[in-house]
Design a binder for this molecule. Sequence first.
Ligand SMILES: *[C@@H]1O[C@H](CO)[C@@H](O)[C@H](O)[C@H]1NC(C)=O
Ligand SMILES: *[C@@H]1O[C@H](CO)[C@@H](O)[C@H](O)[C@H]1NC(C)=O
Length: 356
Amino acid sequence: MNIFAILFFCGLESLSKSLSDPPSVVSADRICKPGPPLKRTPGKTNCLIIGDSVSIGLEFSMSHFLVKRQHQMGCDGYQVQHAPWDDKDGGALDSKYGRQCLSLFLMTVMMEPTTYDVIIFNFGLHDVNYNGEWPEEYTSPADYAKNIGEIKSILISTGAKVGYVLTTPVPYNVSINNLVLEYNDIATNLMNQQPAIPIADLYTWVVEACGDPPYNNCKIAAKQPSPHYSPQGYQYLAQRLIYLVRDLKGKENGRRQDKYSHLNTLHEDTNKFKWMRSAFKDSVACRDKSGQVVTVCPSNSTCCASLFSSSGQGCCLLSQAASCSDGKHCCRAGYGCDPSCSVYQCNCLRNAKNHD
Ligand SMILES: *[C@@H]1O[C@H](CO)[C@@H](O)[C@H](O)[C@H]1NC(C)=O
Ligand SMILES: *[C@@H]1O[C@H](CO)[C@@H](O)[C@H](O)[C@H]1NC(C)=O
């Protein structure tokens, strides 16, 4: 960190400030984690789950169950992937992050366009800042509604059958859990609006097993305080999601003539996928330490080391951005990361050399 920026931050700016000056401190952007590793596998039901760490646990259980079942029954298989490609923690975070990074989540880690038969998604735990430690994730009810409404429309426009999953309880804090209930009502109303999509009510499934929050000792929940589940808990919840996937898959079979059925590939020349085509032009290859390309980012974005991306790399959707050492944030050109940046929050300080 540069001493001039710090002095500047500490109050000298009032001496020189004019309306035309760019601000000396701005919030950092968050690095988008990439989409999943695999392209569509022909002949399988290709499923994508978009959501946070709860959905990462569910994806694991569902893949296990569906793949085992496919083996037992010799019927057509499933390919279940999670977006973003993050098997560590956090996943799609809050709906602001999800909306911002959605185009990457819908392509593979190498930015290959792909399609899904079924996409199920959830946002909520991070939007309500489930443990009070993530102020940048908090999203107001109005912004939450706007974001998940837009995400719903975009997912439907890919031609996939789309379902929504209600947010699970916050067992250890009734006031935060009340926000979950409020946000679940918002989501339910939006998903019921035309075109209505099916909802899996995991909230109720958990309450049926654990009772209403607060609870401290539920067999399906992880050790408290936590919004996570035990391995048996994830299996229990995955069962409900498998019903949702079957329901959506059935709709697909029964509605071959629907308005999306012509969208077999994203290469088709449709305006809906303009953003994908423009992202390809001058895309950026991100390499690991050995020089191998592990992730591809859209044009006018910057490769950044990402703590949670399973490829180790993510995309800051800004050109010539600075990558922050916390592995989560990045700063626009002309700014550097505040040395106090952490995964919890981060500001960017205007570079002194740009001040004249
Ligand atoms: C619940 O969370 C809120 C918001 O983070 C916090 O102010 C409050 O102290 C928490 N309550 C309990 C009982 O932990
Ligand atoms: C990238 O940014 C430059 C400069 O802002 C702009 O002219 C160009 O159109 C952008 N490219 C794409 C593919 O968006």
